[in-house]
Design a protein around this ligand. Structure first.
Ligand code: MG
Ligand code: MG
Length: 273
């Protein structure tokens, strides 16, 4: 069917997609684009209910000390148990939550839940020093309310600030370095730790390392999976490990899947994985 109304609507959908992909370009409409747009709107509308109905939950990914094999840190990863779609991953809904302003509430929930769980683990003998690491989104990092939300989560859970790590990516810092510096400065004052996530895939800017005193650098999984096939990857990891060490930060290798990868990383002096 091609009535005027659908023609305009379809042109609009193609235009938005084109805009989102950059300036001075065009895009032909495909029926799948409309479905995708409808999908996004549906999901976006469902987010409010997801918060109210408690449909979010956290997966915890262990981070091992490569020298001792002990779990010293755990990364909290948000998941959405959608009543009809099943499991929805954050890459599908975080941007939507940033667009409709629900990200602050979702972020606050994650922080709170993660802190409470960690405080509970710390009461288990042998787990007293376990720490938690939480991912921040771009919008959270520009919202001064984050500092208050975080302070509350720490206070209510009884977790000490130095047991909480916040993960930021280089592309987040690139958006608004001044504002980010201000908020990160305040977070540092509270005593939480900072990690640079997915290092090596963004700008890998030395000036960021100078401006934002991070406590750890997470080497992106793409370098780890290449370890055995690529001498360049090995050399780069070696360089990042030494760079981090010189800055007083520790390194975390992401996405280790084989024991020989762990062995090589250990040899390169990587601290955790
Ligand atoms: Mg992360
Ligand atoms: Mg990561």
């Amino acid at each position: 069917t091609c009535d005027v109304e659908s023609l305009l609507r379809n042109a609009d959908v193609a235009m938005y997609l084109s805009k989102s992909r950059g300036k001075g370009r065009f895009e032909f409409f495909e029926p799948a684009m409309h479905q995708e747009a409808v999908d996004r709107l549906d999901l976006k509308a469902d987010l409010q209910r997801a918060i109210d109905e408690g449909e979010f939950f956290l997966h915890y990914q262990p981070i091992f000390d490569l020298a001792t094999g002990r779990v010293t840190l755990v990364e909290a990863l948000i998941r959405w148990r959608h009543p009809t779609r099943g499991l929805v991953m954050p890459d599908r809904f975080i941007t939507l939550a940033e667009e409709n302003g629900l990200i602050a509430r979702i972020g606050e929930w994650v922080m709170r839940e993660a802190c409470l769980q960690t405080a509970q683990w710390q009461r288990i003998p042998g787990c007293e020093d376990i720490s938690i690491t939480v991912n921040l989104s771009m919008r959270q990092l520009q919202d001064i309310g984050l500092v208050n939300a975080l302070t509350r989560a720490l206070k209510d859970s009884g977790l000490q600030a130095h047991h909480l790590v916040l993960e930021i990516t280089e592309s987040m810092l690139a958006q608004d370095p001044d504002r980010s510096a201000e908020i990160l400065g305040q977070l540092k004052t509270i005593g939480v730790k900072l990690a640079l996530d997915d290092f090596g895939t963004g700008y890998s800017s030395l000036s960021y390392l100078r401006t934002f005193a991070v406590d750890s650098i997470k080497i992106d999984r793409s370098f780890i999976s290449e370890l055995h096939r690529s001498a360049t990857s090995t050399a780069l990891i070696d360089a990042v490990v030494n760079l981090a060490r010189a800055l007083g930060a520790y390194t975390v290798a992401e996405g280790i899947e084989y024991s020989d990868q762990a062995a090589l990383l250990r040899k390169l002096g990587c601290d955790r994985g």
